[in-house]
Design a protein around this ligand. Structure first.
Ligand code: FAD
Length: 316
């Protein structure tokens, strides 16, 4: 079923979450261990992130360095199929532009359709570590809006290869939104222009980047509405868990902590202290969003469901 239909049918705010494929070499059980504790909150869908290749330099016998491509977290599509078979809920794979030609994207979407996957979250992806800025595949897409165009074309029976008659797909397409603006955008206004492009191209809902100040989400929703972006906007929340997160999350995701939260974090001496603050903050954020009837709250588990469970048990 489509995410947008779940949102339409919902009597109250829904619970959803996102998981990362395990590091290569780990079994699917590690995924189930992360999902099992959250099933009591009746998620209708679970997102599975996509991680593109990275490049490392390996020394060869002759002493020269060889550039080798590795994928540390493969398996997004297989995990989606496994989740749907085991839990009988929808799985939403993330699909990125980075590393994919249009034809590879088309073939991946055909696989998803065969597996009975109805939803995809369409993203650009970030640059790989060896590049200073995002570089698309030479035959791929530069922006998520172009990927969304391609999926929407397939939904209308238009494929890359158009000399044979194609059956239309019927994917519900999600896109990413940034309450604190995407870090490359010139300003919030240009980011909204590009977000609207994604919606006009066919994105039927938006999931936001994590934020720690609900006001930023409410302001963002208002700006979107003023801008003519009228699709559901699902807030994304991440419980802070470790001392490392205190600096890592703002640096990596380009977000700020509100002062009240940073004051509490400054007092923390151990990971446990941070986790306690993170859970309490997550509960307060979630309660306020819930009371404002947001369509769904989407939790970033980053493969660790304990804190999300502690927060969700107060609401769902
Ligand atoms: P875009 O919408 O293409 O935007 C990227 C930048 O380009 C923005 O600054 C935008 O304003 C600008 N832009 C867009 N269109 C134009 C245009 N026509 N002209 C000029 N500028 C333009 N990454 C992964 O690798 N795997 C994942 O699974 C994953 N999941 C995510 C889930 C969520 C909910 C979110 C919020 C992010 C996720 N990401 C993931 C990270 C995402 O790939 C990065 O944030 C990436 O840098 C931008 O992706 P996007 O889809 O928002 O890009």
């Amino acid at each position: 079923m489509k995410v947008t239909d779940y949102l339409k049918d919902a009597k109250q705010t829904l619970f959803s979450f996102e998981i990362l494929p395990p590091l290569k070499g780990k079994s699917i059980q590690s995924i189930y261990n992360g999902i099992d504790p959250l099933m009591e909150f009746k998620p209708k869908f679970v997102n599975v992130t996509y991680h593109r290749e990275e490049y490392i330099y390996k020394e060869q016998e002759n002493g020269l360095l060889e550039k080798v491509s590795i994928r540390k977290r493969p398996g997004t599509v297989g995990i989606c199929a496994a989740i749907m078979a085991k839990y009988k809920i929808d799985a939403v794979p993330h699909l990125i532009c980075g590393g994919f030609s249009k034809e590879e994207t088309e073939n991946a979407l055909i696989d998803l359709q065969f597996l009975g996957i109805d939803n995809v979250l369409a993203l650009r992806g970030d640059s790989i570590k060896t590049e200073s800025s995002f570089r698309p595949h030479t035959k791929g897409h530069q922006y998520a809006s172009e990927l969304i165009d391609q999926i929407d074309d397939m939904n209308h029976g238009k494929y890359c290869v158009d000399d044979i008659k194609m059956e239309p797909t019927d994917f519900c397409i999600g896109a990413a939104g940034y309450p604190e603006k995407h870090f490359e955008a010139m300003n919030l206004k240009t980011d909204l222009i590009h977000l609207k492009q994604k919606v006009d191209a066919g994105a039927a809902y938006i999931v936001t980047q994590m934020f720690f100040d609900n006001k930023k989400y409410f302001d963002f929703v208002k700006s979107c509405r003023d801008f003519g972006i009228n699709v559901p906007i699902i807030p994304g929340l991440k419980p802070i868990k470790t001392l490392n997160h205190i600096s890592f999350l703002p640096k990596f995701f380009h977000i700020d902590y509100p002062e009240e939260l940073s004051t509490e974090l400054l007092k923390c001496k151990t990971n446990k202290d941070v986790e306690t603050v993170g859970i309490e903050w997550g509960i307060q954020q979630s309660k306020e969003l819930f009371s404002q009837n947001v369509p769904c709250i989407h939790y970033y588990t980053m493969s660790n469901s304990d804190a999300v469970k502690a927060i969700a048990s107060n609401l769902f």
